[in-house]
Every structure is written in C-alpha cells, then in structure tokens.
Design a protein around this ligand. Sequence first.
Ligand code: M6R
Length: 612
Amino acid sequence: MCGIVGYVGPRDAYPIIITGLKRQEYRGYDSTGVALINDTGLHVFKKKGKVAELEQSLLGKPVNGNIGIGHTRWATHGEPSDVNAHPHQSNNGKLAMIHNGIIENYAQLKSELTKKGYSFKSETDTEVLLNFIEDIQKNTQSPLEEAVRIALKRVSGAYVILLLDQDNPDTIIAARKGSPLVIGIGKGEHFLGSDATPMLEYTKEVVYVNDYEIAIIKAGELILKNLGNERQMPYISSLDLELAAIEKGGFDHFMLKEIYEQPSTIYDCLRGRLDAEKGTITMKGIQDNIEALINAPRYIIIACGTSWHAALEAEYIIEELCRIPVEVEYASEFRYRNPIVNKGDVIIAISQSGETADTLVAIEKAKEQGAFIFGIVNVVGSSISRASHAGAYTHAGPEIGVASTKAFTAQLTVLMMIALKIAKEKGTIEQSRYIELLVELENIPEKVDAILKNGDLLKPIAQKYKDAINALYLGRGYNFPIALEGALKLKEISYIHAEGYPAAEMKHGPIALVDTNLPVVFVATKDEYHAKIVSNIQEIKARKGKVIAIITEGDDIIPAMADDVFFVPPANEVVAPLLSVIPLQLLSYYIGVLKGCDVDKPRNLAKSVTVE
Ligand code: M6R
C-alpha cells in the first residue's frame, strides 16, 4: 500500500527519494510523485505509473534541493491518475503533502472547505486534509506543526502524512496514526520511510514514530510531540538489516529468491530456539508468559490472507498437541463484530508486515476487553510487534515479493515451536512424540532444500496448465490450510481463479466444476487420511478432471491415477505442511512467469495493507 519517503540534510534529496520509492515498490502502488524545495521554490512532480517512468519524465527538470518528500500511491479515493497522485498542493500553492491511509470524515471536511471557497483538483481525501490544514494555518496564524495538530484532532481514519512548506524550507512535518513511519537518524540529516529500506545505506539508527505523534524534522533536529502538544522522547532503535537482504541476489524475481531462501529462513527461525538433542525449545516470549499460555481457556488467532492460513494450520496443531481450544478469525471480521473474549483468553496475532490495519485494530479491540496479546510478526519494530504484550519474531528477513512465501513458512515454524513448547509445559504430549517432532522440525530445512533442487520438475506442469481459467486445490487435515494457501498463491500471481477446499467437502458443491479442463491440485502427502484422499482423487478422475498431486516419496498409489505428481520427502504429518507448500509456491510462480504476469507486484495488490 502507499509508501512514503522523505529526506532533509546536506545531500541531494531527489536521488535518495527515488531510490527509496523503488525499494518500497513492493508495497504495491499505481502512481508516484515527489515534492522538493530548492532555490526556486516548491516543486511538485507526479504521475500515474511506475517510479522509473516518473524518473524518466523528470530528466532535465529542477529536481535539485536538500529537502524533499516522495510517494507511491495505492488508490483508495479516486482512480489511479496523474492528478490523483501525491504530493498534493494546497490552494495557496505553498504546502505539499503526501499521505498513506484514509481520512474517513473527508466528505464533511470537503463540504465545509468548499463553502469557504476552496477548490479541489483531485478526488482524494488527502487534498481535503491538506487544505483543511492550510485553512487552520490561515485562520489561526499558527505555525504549520500547530495547524497540523489541530487538524488531526478533527480527523478520523488512519494516516501517515509528510508536509513541506515553501515558507519553511528547512522543515518536514510528519504525523502518524495507524500507518507506519520510520525516521532514520543520520549525522546532520534525517530520512523518512514507510519502512527502513530507503535509509539502509545511510544509518542504522531509527525511530519508529508512534500513533498520535507529530514529528518536526530539520537536518540536525528531530522534535516529537503528541497531539496534546507535549514533547515526547524519541526512542532510538538499532536496525539489524543489510542492503543485500533487499536485493534480488541474481534471481529473476524477489518471489523466486524468497522461495529459494526458505531452507535458510526456516533454519534461522529455529536457530537458538530449538535443540532436539537437549529436547528444548527456548522462546522468551513464551517462557515469560507460560502460566497465561498454558492455563488459557482458549486461544483466538487473528490474521489476514496468508497469515490467516498459518493461523488455521495452528488451530490443527495446537488443538492436537496442547488440547487448548483455538478459534481462528479474520481480523477484518473480528474488529467489527461483537466477539466474546473471556478472562484468560489469549489472542495470537499473526502478521508478516506487522502493519496490517485490520489486524492492528482487532488487537486494540481485544486489548479493550482485557485480552493478553501474543504477536507473531516478521518485521522488527512494526506496529503489531509494538502493540503486542509479548511475541515471537519469525526472522524470515525482508519479504519484498507481494506474495508471501518465506514469511508463511517462518510463521508455521514459529507456531509449531510454540505448540510443542506449550504442549510440553502443559504435559499434553508424550516425551517420545515431543522429541520425534523436534527432530522432524530440525530436519525441515534440509528437506526443503531437497524439494527446491527438484523445483525445475514443476516447469512442464506449469506449462501444461498455464491457460486454465479455474483451478481447485484440495487437502485434508494438516494439508487443508495448505490447499487454501496454494489456491491463494495461484490467484495472486497468475490471476487464474482458484479455490481451496477440504478434499471431502468437494462433493458438496465444487465437484460441479469438474470437467476435462479443470486442474485439481491435491495436497496428498502420506498421513492418516491418505486412503481417503485417494478416494477423492478417484472421484475427480471419474469425472475426467486433471489431477496434479503433491505426494510423499515412495507413494506408488497416487502416481498410477494422477496426471502429474511432484514428490516431497517423507515427514511427520504435523510438520509436513512446511514441505507440501513449497511446490505450490513454485507452481504459481512458474505459471505467473509463463503468463507474463508481474509476479513480484501483482496488479491491485499491496504488500502491506495499511487501510481497511
Ligand atoms: O503482513 P500481513 O501478514 O499481516 O499481511 C496479510 C495479508 O495481506 C497477506 O498475507 C496477503 O494475503 C499476501 N498477499 C499473501 O501472499
């Protein structure tokens, strides 16, 4: 979703902003723009399309200057167009603003401003907020930061805003509520971003701005205030992120790189935590809260998208190993219905980005009801990690491809460790099974590596099915959430309509779709349901559907009936999803590439969904 970048200091702002915008392209966007102040005043350039197109169009333009802001817009109010792109300029032409989020009461503000004679070039809520700020500044004769503070007290919705003021050419005003804002602290310079990627080569010291804070940023000065106008002490965190981690490293796409990183990201996730030889799992967030976790009457897991699939997998695993009831909720539903959260219930929030607006608000809602929040997050320092009472990072490193791959397997890995740890502490798992599962988990990176070495075998399968219009993904038990995830990956990357279903549920409706053209992907690794899923495959074959099956090495039953098979190494059924999902990720990737899709940045999608 929208990305923001800013710079103030001795360097040329423009190249820093353009590079920062390119690094944040993964967030998803449809138009882009920059505003700079130099000797000749405030300059705004914006355009529908990619950052590279904007850059091309600005060759020879006055893009010099030591202060500037830049934006990638993911359309909410108004179609993607040059005029709706950010930055916007206020009616008097002196203020320029970029915004990530949604101003919910913009219509009312717009009507008030229209009555006062303000006009609007765009259809955006952003231009309304900007002119509202200008109007307050004019009426109160107050400095811009004060006008922003007054305006934001009247605004409902979510935002990160960055403002430039032609009359104060050394200052950026920034504010946030519900959308991420990182300020990098350099020597006599400051960098701003929706994440830390624009500032990686310049500084490792960052401040994660909190909700309801306003920052007044000059080259060598950073002042933070809350909306009550009280000074806040900036908390400086240290970045543990290298530039190489956000580059493609020789792969054609970030998605492929991230799929191939999984042996090491799963290993990194286990490292220092799981020791099968000693029979231990060390997770401070769990250990420090063990009583609350083992005595909880119920866990409620909230998440969106792929993270929701990880949550569903966790339901199967935690109920099986820990005998604690688990409910899995879409954060977007949980936040708006009237959910029952009982005393002692534990809320587990799962998010790669740690910025998903629905998940964040669902957390706040659960907190209001006194719940204990345990966050499972990938991005260190993100809003969800800070909003949680305790948690565990997934340590997958930056995930740039919009489709979640390595973050998903890292989420599963963390959830499996948590389930095993709690089961052990609660006494709901036998020692021999506990050790067996630790060993199984420890062996996963090697097995994922073996699958990836055979990844090319999926290319002819992708070629065969790339022109499908629909696809069905079926799985049972632990493989059901993986069927859902496989279908989501195909939809996102190749725009082929795909549905995931529990294999047995197929008879209650989706079987009507089966004909000679429908590919049906079975996630059918060896487990206690194997004989049942074999029957389901036969039901599809009896109706002449095309069957692609992900199966366990040594399976000699399914190859005899499926059209195409891909083998994964044997594994205990609890950890097998970490293997069976890998070929599904690759299959989607290869189909997407064959179809010429933009696999790293699929249309309409955003990496970090910071609006509801
Ligand atoms: O950052 P989060 O894990 O909270 O994001 C949740 C979803 O937006 C995300 O998983 C989305 O479904 C991905 N595009 C999946 O590939």
